[in-house]
Every structure is written in structure tokens, then in C-alpha cells.
Design a protein. Sequence first.
Lengths: 330, 313
Amino acid sequence: MFERHKVTLLAALAAIFVVSRFSGDIGPYYYQIILFIGINIILAVSLNLVNGYTGQFSLGHAGFMSVGAYAAATFTNYASVHWLGMLKPLGSFVSVSLLFGIALGLGGLAAGLAGVLVGIPSLRLKGDYLAIVTLGFGEIIKVVIENVDALGGARGLSVYAVYTNLFWVYAAATVTIYVVLNIVHSTYGRGFVMVRDDEIAAEAMGINTTKYKVLAFSLAAFFAGIAGGLYAHLTQYINPEGFNFLKSVDIVTMVILGGMGSTWGVVFAAVILTILPEWLRWLSERPFLPHWLAPLLENRMIPYSLLLILLMLLRPQGLFGRISFKRKHA
Amino acid sequence: MIEFVQQLINGLSLGAIYALIALGYTMVYGVLRFINFAHGDVFMVGAFAGLYVAPLVMRFSNGGPSWTGMFVILIFAMMICAILGIVIEKLAYRPLRNRPRLTVLITAIGVSLFLENFGQYAFGVDPQSFPDLIGDHAIDIPAWCGPFTDLTIMVSQVLVFAVTLFLLIALRFIVTKTKLGTAMRALSVNPTATSLMGVNNDVVISFTFGLGSALAGAAGILISIQQPSIDPLMGLQPGIKAFVAAVLGGIGNIPGAAMGGLLLGVIETLVVGYSDVLHIPPGYRDAVAFFLLILILLFKPTGLLGRVEREKV
């Protein structure tokens, strides 16, 4: 009745549910890092759909994340006050799950919609131009949120409910990986890869390249929105500056390190790059280090930027990437 | 009316800064066909080079403002930036010369992040006040100017404009009359052909980076004279806006970049100055450039003066 992949998915979800029952034993610091790893996996795997499989370089992923975060947070801020009481008869577990599920769904849909709106005009552009335009859209989303008073403006928005837990994060991450893996092995996935490998040839073969690009873009935005919703209900406070250009670069670095077009490589890179800053911070506090080195390690962007440069010089396909980039036409 | 003229003057002096930075983007794009993301941060390094050398230079004028000192600092910052630009090109971009553009773009983002964050480490995170190099004050406008006496024109605004104009003319001379400039233009048309004609492409590309970065360094000093303080992230916004200016004028086109910079400065200042009339909150200032960029790329991707380039299979 079920295909093999679906069995794997259900088994993974069940395993996550069981493990999450024991999450109380993990210290709060490590628990938080584990949750951030999960959220970053969702962000990186979804961005890989655009930057890796479809070959369109987007620098605005944090913008979509912020749309999802604000949509989900606004919903629960309202619903947890006005509607949670009505759902009481269902029991607190069911009612909270229902509410949070709807909130994440809304966050994803809002971000996905933003993805379509941004994608249709900007995906007519290629390469560097697309990168700059997506960066621009990310900044525009940020500036708009900063100027909407209902969303707290530049002061940020407090989220009253802490719904995010191990189960939600890893269930969402698993579903993201599942959907992305399935899509890239479907007809649509072939379309994505074809757009990446040779857009002109794809067009000549009758592929509607714009359709595939917008699809990849909005799907990635949808998952970024879910990640945003999870993030908002974990940190309890979101502000526009938290979703700036540097956040997008963080996600892009994960995709590049893991290897564009390699889902498992990107998952690995998301884990490594979430732990790395924490480890560097730990390292910078060791007394045996010379005092000038500590601030170099604390600012994660210094090692990140060197990593980007060295990767491009030495191994542009990333740790696990196999794709060879198309060379320039002579 | 007077208010409009005032906004126009403010816009032009802001636009002159954008124009100087935009020229670097456009020249590099002309020869290498990629966006040098780190260009805005070279501009920041120029400002800091000025900050660190200023006390030494100002010792000759007993710590007070002096025009000669200002020009010495300006030239020093331009030299530092030119060297930095050439070094960046040599270390980061040259090994990737024949790689796909995306690889180079990612490297450029990496270089930009490195300069910003290493700058925070080396120069400190907090904004630092820049010394008053020229004793900036408003110019007394003679009474016969009628209503224009109400204008506030700062000495620094005139300086920015004069220096920009001089550098533009100098650049025009270098690009059109010298051998290297001719090689640069030839390279932007067909790099293979120029190397077959005996031009050393590497030298020309280094020269282009040096020239563009020197202009960014000049812009760094000029903006520091006007602004109260400088910080290691100051290159981010002007960098992106100057890029928008370069696209507005038609990327790869030198007069276009200068024009785009002035235009963007004026548009931005007018939108903010008349925000209540236009019903755009002044908070949207930084979004103006991006909206403009998106509009240009959608409706006239070649920019105002750019040429159409067809993709060949």
C-alpha cells in the first residue's frame, strides 16, 4: 500500500516523536543548539532547491523566512489569546498542536506567496543580476516590516507562545528533506536540473523554464516560511534586523559548503555550520589562546568568509557536490 | 522652490559619491563581466586609511584643518585602496579567471564579508569620528543672489563636487587617451583578441582594479568629510546603491555610471525630502534604490546608456 519512501518517512517521524519524549534530559543550551540545527537544515535544504538544483543564485532566503516568522507569530499571538480557550475540550496537547500546525502552514503559505510574487519578475534575470535582485527583495521585505507598526516595526515582535520543540522541528526537517528528495527525482526535478545545466537547450526542448524556476523558488520560500515560524516560536522575539542579508549569506554558505545540488551534503553542512560558531566561541574562551585570537574566533563571519573564498578556490563543488558547473562559452 | 533647489544640491553631492563608487563597479564589469561585491568595502578601507593617517598629516598644520593636508590624505587613501584592489584581484579573482561567473560571485561575497568583519576586528566595531580636515562650514551666499541666500551650501559639498568632476575628467583622459586605457576598452570588447594583439591582459585587469579602487578610496575620504563618523560596515549600503547606479547608467559604460550615480543621489534625496507629499514614509529611504533597481532590470535591463548584448550559443 505504501511505497518504500513513505514507510521510511513514517518511521523517521515516529522515531523523532519517541526521541522527543526524552528531550527533557538534554541541557537547555544543547537543546537550543539541536533545535537550531533542525531549523537550519530546513533552510539550507530548501535553498538548495533553488541555488543547487535549479542553478539560480538567490541571496534573499532570509526575507522569506521573515515573512513566515511574522505570519506565524501574528497568528499565534492572536489565536492563543482568542481561540485557545474554545479548543479547550480537545485537550491542551491537541489544541496547541492544531494551533501551531495552522500557524506554521500559514507562515509557509505566506512565504510561498511572497516567493511567487518575487519570483515571477526576478527570475527573468540570470546570474549576478538575480543575486542582486533577490538581495534587494530581501532588503525591501525587511524595510517594509520595519515600517509596519502592527508588526512592531524596527522594535521587533514578541511571540508569547513557545510551541517549538524537538518534535516539530525535526518533523518539519524530515518532511522538507522528503519532499525535496522526491521532487528532484520527479519530472519536475529533471526540469530543474535541465534549467541549471543549459537553459537555452531546455527552452529549445520545449521546457517552460520560467515555470520551473518560479516553482522551485516558491517551494523553497514555503519551507523557509515554515522554518521562520519555528524560529519565531523558539526565540519568542523576532525583529527585522535578524533576517538581514547576513542571515541569507549564512544559509548560502551552508548550501555551498555541502555542495550545490546535494541534499545530504547540505544537511551535513547545516549541522557543521550551526555547531562551528558555538565551538569557536568555546575555543575563544580557552585561556591557552593568545589574546588577539579570541575576537577573531568569536565573530563567526571571519572564518565563514575565509571558508567561502577557500572553497571557491580549491573545491567549488562543495564537500559533497558532484555537479560540474557549466563553463563559460569561449 | 528654494527647498527644491536645496534638495537638488544635497542630492547631487550624495550622487557624486555614488558616482565615484559606481565607476569602479562598471570598469571591473567591463573587463571581467562580474560584480565585484567587495568594492563597497574597499571604499570603507579608504575612509579608515584617511582616519589613521590624518593625525600624522595634521601635525604639519598644528592639528588644525588644512586644504593641503586634505589633499595629501585623499591621495594617500587612493593609493592604499588601489593597492588593496590589486591585491584582492591577484589573490582571490585571478585564480578563478576562467571559472563560471557564479564561482567568482561567491568569492567576491566572501571577500566582502571578510573585509567587513576583519575591519570590525582591526578597526573596532564602534563608529569613530572623522577629523574635520577642511574646517567645514556653510558658504556665505552674497546678497545679490536674491532668494538663493536662504540655501545652505557646505564647503564640503562644493569640494565633493569639484573633486568628483576633476577625477571624472582625469578618468576620461586615462581611458580614452592613454595606451592602458585603450587596452582596457579593447579588453572589454574581446579579451581573446587583445591578448592575440600582444596586450598583457593581466596587467590591464590589475590596472583596472587599481583605478576603480582608487576612485572608491577618494569617495571614502569625501564621504567621511561630510559624515560625522565612520564604521567598518559603512561600505555596505553605499556599495549596493552604487551598484544600482552602475546598472541604472548601463553597466560597463563609464559615463553611464557617473550619470547613474548623480541620478540616484538626486532621486533618493527627493523621495526622502518630499516623503510627506509622496506618501512614502522616510523609513523607506534604503528601499528606494532597490525598487529602482528592480524597475530598471525589468523594463530596461541595459540601463540608460548600455548596449544590448546578445547571448550566443
